[in-house]
Ligand binder design. Sequence first.
Ligand SMILES: Nc1ncnc2c1ncn2[C@@H]1O[C@H](COP(=O)(O)OP(=O)(O)O)[C@@H](O)[C@H]1O
Ligand SMILES: [Mg+2]
Length: 338
Amino acid sequence: MSFIEVTDLSKTFVTEVRHKGRFGAVKSLFSPQYKEVEAVKNVNLTIESGESVAYLGPNGAGKSTTIKMLSGILVPTSGEVQVGEFVPYKQRKKNAYQIGAVFGQRSQLLFDLPLIDSFEYLRYMYTIPHGTFKKKLDHFTEILDIHELLKRPVRTLSLGQRMRGEIIAALLHDPEVVFFDEPTIGLDVMAKDRIREFIRQINREENVTVLLTTHDLGDVERICPRLVIIDKGTIVYDGDLALIREKYATQKTISMMLRDEREAEEAARAAQKTQGLIVDADGRKVTVGFDQLKTDSAELMRSLLSESNPVDLSISDEDIEAIIKRIYEEGIKEEVLV
Ligand SMILES: Nc1ncnc2c1ncn2[C@@H]1O[C@H](COP(=O)(O)OP(=O)(O)O)[C@@H](O)[C@H]1O
Ligand SMILES: [Mg+2]
């Protein structure tokens, strides 16, 4: 038995569709119309204790709905969900003790009160012994560097500061698993980095199981070796991040730095003669994108060097961000299907 077991899990939302037009509201009152949205469809997922899994997909794919079912906030339409020993929607309270949840778009902190009050409130809610509480809080305030913020009202904190508070709030009761739903949304690079490092640390060092939803693939590369991709409510990939890269990273980019803009323009023009290349010149820099399955990179290098005289040259793989975007747009290739 795995720590998290999700079997044929589905959630369908039924929402009322408003009639349009002048008397729409009246019409809706007498003959309401309904629309069904299958947010999650027959999802199967198992996660072992101590794993860290990225849960990715385009907007509206069903990520948050899945997380809400794991948290016990939503009742599934059909299928089974088990976290540890509990069925979240049936044993909400027991489940609450073993899970933590951070929703980037929603706060669990008390906005008008000092940050420390929210933590004290959680201590009371979860009946955390004073000693344990103090130890945990000291430890987390130290690593996340928020000691100075404890006395500040939450509403005066920046988004990055608040998010650090949210994460501590989700961890004080020592959960087995934490669901992070877009924890880095809207944060600058520094703030993201700090949060990434922290999530990685609690996973690696304290063995907290992590399920992370994000649009930032930098988060995934840093934290999660395993990737689950959901699209339109259905899981389309479950496996290694490395495999995705191997199968999809066929686009490469050569960057050349020329002596001046005129040479850059000439180099770009020369490269443009070769079919299938995406050439871009910006000041002294020329970038040449190509598909390594279609273009021999050694051959291409030789031809570029014979026609121009770069002072610097580098070749790089497509970043994971671009790869995942392509998967969302084009679907998954047969050979990497689960
Ligand atoms: N409470 C709700 N009522 C009706 N439809 C919902 C509700 N929550 C989510 N949905 C719909 O379910 C689908 C999946 O949403 P969600 O799980 O939030 O996606 P994601 O988190 O992947 O962006 C979307 O089409 C969304 O509009
Ligand atoms: Mg969401």
